[in-house]
Ligand binder design. Structure first.
Ligand code: HEM
Length: 618
């Protein structure tokens, strides 16, 4: 059995000396604390990045690991601290400062935080010495940049350093930095989205073609961040050049593809199809959980991509932890965590699993904290009803994520219908849950309006507007409204999660993309929004018009329609409850209350499914 180990994430200490003053040179990174728990990393006068306390506070980090079911994180510094272009004595001193600070963080991590050090890679001797010092003091390896100025990873000095890493048993994480072509990428975060993948690919290709892997011992454990950048996707292109153009041959002994068993990549690719492809290209034993946590471009629920993927349980186990154990040289024997479960074993050794320990009943029953003093009897009901809704929202998100994956898989293979069946089956579950959610309001209606008003004042400014999961559900289904993010400013994690949902393909997208992949939906590139809408509605119409061939897809359409219908019922019942309890008064979230909520009744996730019905009767 293995653990869930995240091998790619970052830290910053809460404070460090003024490096510009210490070395007498400008433009060193420094930390500006802006408000409790939040800071900005500055480089000289230039803003570099927003960060929050998970970077420096082990308690915050451990709580989020707990939330995500992660047993261990192996932290590294951020490349902005590498200082490879500085005099070696400054870079070494800086490396030592951060390497030691990192160990201090680990010491407060209950054994669940480990570290990779950094070295002044512009000087190989100094790097080897610092690596050896760090390995003796408890680091598990080193994080290096993918190049040092003009030198790529096949540079003889860097190869010597990597040889030393193998001798020391140090794991090596290669992180892209100092991106090429930045003068053409001043905007839109392109150095991160375009430059980084290219840099990483360059690092791998240089090592392969430059013969570094042929010179290095097979026991070198080296991993490239961000799924190895664009390497896996363009390996075919590299092989083609290698086969047909002697000039592209480099000095390597074998074809490029045969080196994929010499290195690892992490899973930070943010797309299930990319992850699947990566595993197919690299092998199940070569991809490891890496999140880039806690930075804004990282995975916001660490491990979610792997866990929610359609990889086999065996592959998931390898990716979540087993491969990392090999990479890090750890020998552990603790079960893989699932999200929501705690790190500590459910059953203390020697005791039997019980109903209560399995379901965490004591912890669950600790979660109700009425605010009224003296405590108003009905506040407990108010809390429990809301918590129950949130639990069901969690299940809905869990199931709808799986529906999206099924639809994505189904689109690619029109003949195999298992995924379509599975999507319909899970959608049925979602409609049944939503039916219960509609009914549940009656319980709250047993509360007299006067009783609610007795403790309502204690709730402000908390409001249903801040239900992250409700908004996630809307975004996931396809109703994406960026403006609603403003209600989540007080909770950066929720904000970040919603931003991710905004970027990701929605259920609507996945459904129509599947129809497109099956050749049932064709949309002209120049089509207007109205024409696109009509084309989508007609694609649905065509499914219904050939019932015999499309039974399973029609079932999906029916389930989606029913879900849409039930969510509107939920909105309506919620309005009725609101009017029953507070009439037409304003909400605690500052909206006009029921008159605002009535505007949401027109919202539909899948308007084309309804339009198709109008078309059918034409
Ligand atoms: C006494 C009971 C309740 C009252 C008086 C109430 C009141 C309101 C009001 C006035 C709003 C509009 C936003 C604002 O200005 O605050 C709202 C929004 C919302 N409420 Fe409730 N609510 C109640 C119970 C519930 C329950 C049980 C849930 C279950 C999760 C819930 C979930 C929501 C959600 C998700 C929104 C945002 C809806 C949207 O933006 O479309 N509410 N509520």
């Amino acid at each position: 059995m293995t653990r869930a180990i995240d091998i790619h994430n970052h830290f910053f200490p809460e404070a460090w000396p003024d490096l510009a003053a210490r070395y007498g040179t400008p433009n060193w990174p420094w930390i500006k604390h802006t408000e409790p728990g939040k800071a900005e990393i500055m480089v000289g006068d230039r803003f570099f990045r927003h960060i929050y306390s998970a970077c420096w506070d082990p308690e915050v980090r451990l709580a989020e690991m707990e939330r995500d079911g992660i047993d261990m994180q192996v932290m590294s510094a951020t490349p902005v601290l590498f200082a490879y272009e500085r005099p070696v004595e400054h870079a070494l001193d800086c490396a030592q400062l951060f390497n030691d600070a990192e160990l201090q963080l680990c010491a407060r991590g209950n054994g669940r935080l480990k570290s990779l050090c950094q070295v002044p890679l512009q000087d190989i001797d100094a790097s080897c010495k610092e690596l050896s010092r760090c390995m003796r003091s408890g680091h598990l390896g080193v994080q290096i940049g993918n190049h040092v100025g003009e030198k790529n990873l096949d540079d003889p000095g860097i190869v010597t350093f990597l040889h030393h890493c193998a001798d020391e048993g140090a794991a090596v994480l290669v992180h892209p930095w100092d991106m090429l072509g930045t003068q053409r990428m001043p905007k839109y975060m392109m150095p991160w989205t375009v430059g980084m993948p290219a840099e990483t690919q360059l690092g791998i290709v240089a090592m392969i073609l430059g013969g570094a892997f042929d010179k290095l011992p097979a026991n070198l454990r080296i991993c490239f961040a961000h799924g190895g950048g664009s390497f896996a996707f363009l390996l075919g292109r590299l092989e083609n050049a290698w086969q047909h153009h002697p000039v592209a041959h480099g000095v390597c002994e074998q074809a490029p593809g045969s080196y994929v068993n010499r290195f690892y990549v992490d899973s930070a690719v943010f797309d299930e199809r990319a992850l699947k492809f990566l595993v197919e290209t690299m092998g199940t034993d070569r991809v490891m959980l890496g999140s880039d946590y806690p930075f804004p471009l990282g995975e916001h629920r660490v491990g979610n991509l792997i866990r929610s993927s359609h990889l086999s349980p065996h592959s998931k186990e390898m990716l979540l932890g087993k491969n990392a154990q090999e990479f890090l040289g750890l020998k552990l024997d603790v079960p893989v965590s699932e999200p929501g479960l705690r790190q500590d074993p459910i059953v203390p050794q020697g005791e039997q699993l019980t109903y209560s320990s399995y379901l965490r009943v004591p912890e669950l029953l600790e979660l109700q904290h009425p605010q009224s003093r003296p405590q108003h009897h009905d506040e407990m009901l108010f809390i429990i009803v809301h918590q129950t809704y949130e639990l069901w929202f969690k299940e809905l998100l869990h199931d709808l994520d799986a529906v999206i994956s099924n639809l994505q898989a189904a689109g690619g293979k029109a003949q195999l219908r298992d995924e379509v069946y599975e999507a319909a089956r899970l959608l049925r579950r979602c409609t049944e849950i939503t039916r219960v959610l509609v009914e549940q309001f009656t319980i709250l209606e047993t509360m007299l309006p006067t009783h609610f008003l007795a403790f309502r004042g204690k709730l402000e400014p908390a409001s249903g507007f801040q239900s992250e999961q409700f908004r996630e559900l809307e975004f996931l289904c396809g109703l994406k409204d960026e403006k609603m993010l403003r209600y989540h400013k007080p909770t950066p994690e929720a904000h970040a999660q919603l931003e991710r949902r905004l970027r990701e393909p929605s259920l609507r997208d996945a459904f129509f993309e599947a129809l497109r992949a099956m050749g049932k939906l064709k949309i002209d590139d120049n089509a207007t929004d109205r024409e696109r809408f009509d084309a989508r509605a007609r694609a649905i119409l065509s499914l219904y018009q050939d019932e015999h061939s499309n039974r399973d897809w029609i079932d999906v359409c029916e389930r989606l329609t029913e879900f849409d219908e039930l969510v509107v019922s939920w909105r309506l019942r919620h309005i009725q409850l609101v009017e029953r309890v507070i009439g037409v008064r304003m909400g605690t979230g500052g909206s006009a209350g029921s008159s605002y909520l009535k505007l949401t009744l027109d919202k539909k996730f899948f308007p084309e499914l309804w339009e198709a019905r109008t078309l059918l009767t034409e």
